[in-house]
Design a protein around this ligand. Sequence first.
Ligand SMILES: [Zn+2]
Length: 104
Amino acid sequence: MSRPKRAERRAADRLQAKLGKDLLRLAASEPGGNPHKPITVTSPSEVEPHAAGLPCPVCQSGVRVEEHTAEVIDGVRLRVARVGCTFCKTKRAVYFQLAGSMPN
Ligand SMILES: [Zn+2]
């Protein structure tokens, strides 16, 4: 009974990694999670606070905005906030669109 349970721990790690991937995939299908579902903001200054207010999809901890860029994806101007979890270090991008840049 006192044998190290390394195999079990490895299995648990694998399970954890798979769960993390599933949670990330789920988050990517939600608003802001992919370039085709950007979150609408009225000013670029809203991007960082908004992105920082979304918890890590994997562990629900706080995130830090590491980069904020303006990009054109499929002809659409987007603001991209790259965030990193302060706890599990998961990184992801959150996509925003400025209300004024929406096509009529
Ligand atoms: Zn996390």
